[in-house]
Design a protein around this ligand. Structure first.
Ligand code: FAD
Length: 357
């Protein structure tokens, strides 16, 4: 049996861009805090903050629940590059030996986590939507759910295992994965599915300034300029209200209705994949399993049937308002407010109501 006793604590990669923490980093601090307390009262939730001139973010990480912040600063970390970030975080993991390391499933997290996992020769579960600490023996759990051979796994393994759940086979089943034979256990987690903690102003914590060993020869690319892509302007993840349109719109011209509704209610435009695949709207608007996962206060689903792959990306929205001709479709069944009718009539009426006409 492998001895993992020197691996301790839960780490969260505190992804920042241009000196601003990504929402998913704060969500993972919330989730990581919960997991760390489930493991033991001595287990800490640690944020790993890499960059240049990022001191101002440390307090924010404490406020959202970090017990400890590992700060990795160097001017070669000012812009994200795979080589530099993978090297310094891998070195820190070797040095401090965390038990669990979590990344947001953002473009950066998806690029970085597998490279670090490969360098550490450890397991990585990508795109998780749920994480649990296994309180019983994971073998009991696995035996209940699988007929596959479980050779190589140890019934008497005393170490803590994290159960990582992610959609599989096109979202038709949820797979639960453990990586019991390697440490650290690593996951990327979708933005928008975990809950942030309420920030506590003035919360303190431990700070560890990690000595970063990095030089230009470790980095194979040079970032000359960061140009904000037009699609980054669509911030579905952070939107409080989302107005989404689907195939029921009947054509690209009717996205105007969705845009008008979004403007009226102060929301952002989303879309189903059917609308995106038809070329009616840019893919950056897509909500769902292969699009963005969202959790707004209000989600308008206009002419969207509610296929499982769409629901996977929005079903935790606080209030769902569906507009559809078919009262039996899954989206109408799920909705808090289901408006049966032709969206071309209903949406203008909603806009007029909003105006108080
Ligand atoms: P439809 O299912 O065709 O529904 C159209 C709806 O509009 C119907 O309910 C209809 O009653 C209603 N309607 C029609 N006319 C009107 C009208 N005038 N007024 C009001 N209502 C009207 N889909 C996603 O959305 N996101 C994803 O990320 C995603 N990932 C996928 C990944 C995989 C691997 C696969 C296999 C599929 C994925 N899909 C995804 C596709 C998904 O399975 C569905 O095909 C898609 O969500 C359907 O989009 P829709 O609801 O707009 O269209």
């Amino acid at each position: 049996m492998k001895d993992f006793s020197e691996y301790k604590n839960v780490w969260v990669f505190a992804e920042q861009r241009q000196g601003k923490l990504m929402n998913v980093a704060l969500e993972l601090i919330g989730e990581g805090y919960k997991l760390s307390r489930e493991i033991s009262k001595d287990t800490k939730l640690c944020a790993v903050l890499a960059g240049h001139d990022v001191d101002h973010l440390v307090e924010e990480l404490y406020a959202y629940g970090a017990d400890c912040v590992y700060v990795l600063q160097n001017e070669l970390l000012a812009q994200y590059t795979t080589d530099a970030y993978a090297k310094v975080i891998t070195d820190a993991i070797h040095q401090y030996k965390p038990e669990i390391v979590l990344f947001g499933a953002t473009h950066i997290g998806r690029d970085l986590a597998p490279r670090i996992a490969a360098r550490l020769n450890t397991g990585l579960t990508a795109d998780c939507t749920r994480l649990d600490i296994n309180t019983g023996n994971y073998m009991d759990y696995l035996e209940e759910y699988t007929t596959a051979s479980l050779t190589g796994l140890d019934r008497n393994d005393p170490s803590t295992n994290i159960k990582q759940t992610r959609p599989a086979f096109g979202g038709n089943l949820m797979a639960t994965i453990v990586t019991p034979n390697t440490r650290p256990q690593m996951s990327t987690v979708r933005p928008g599915v975990m809950a942030k903690r309420e920030p506590v102003e003035g919360a303190g914590g431990e700070r560890v300034d990690v000595e970063v060993q990095i030089s230009k020869k470790d980095i194979n690319v040079e970032v000359l300029e960061v140009v904000k892509a037009a699609k980054e302007l669509v911030s579905l993840t952070d939107a409080k209200i989302i107005c989404s349109g689907g195939r029921g719109l009947g054509g690209p011209e009717n996205f105007k209705l969705i845009e008008e509704l979004a403007e009226k209610v102060g929301g952002v435009v989303g879309a189903s994949r059917a609308a995106v695949d038809a070329g009616w709207i840019d893919p950056s608007h897509q909500v769902g399993q292969t699009g963005t996962t969202v959790k707004p206060e209000i989600y308008f689903a206009c002419g969207i049937s509610g296929a499982i792959q769409h629901l996977a990306g929005m079903q935790t929205s606080k209030i769902i308002i569906a507009i559809n001709k078919d009262p039996e479709c899954p989206m109408m069944q799920l909705a808090d407010y289901a408006i049966e009718g032709d969206l071309k009539k209903v949406i203008p009426e909603l806009i007029a109501m909003w105006d108080g006409e």
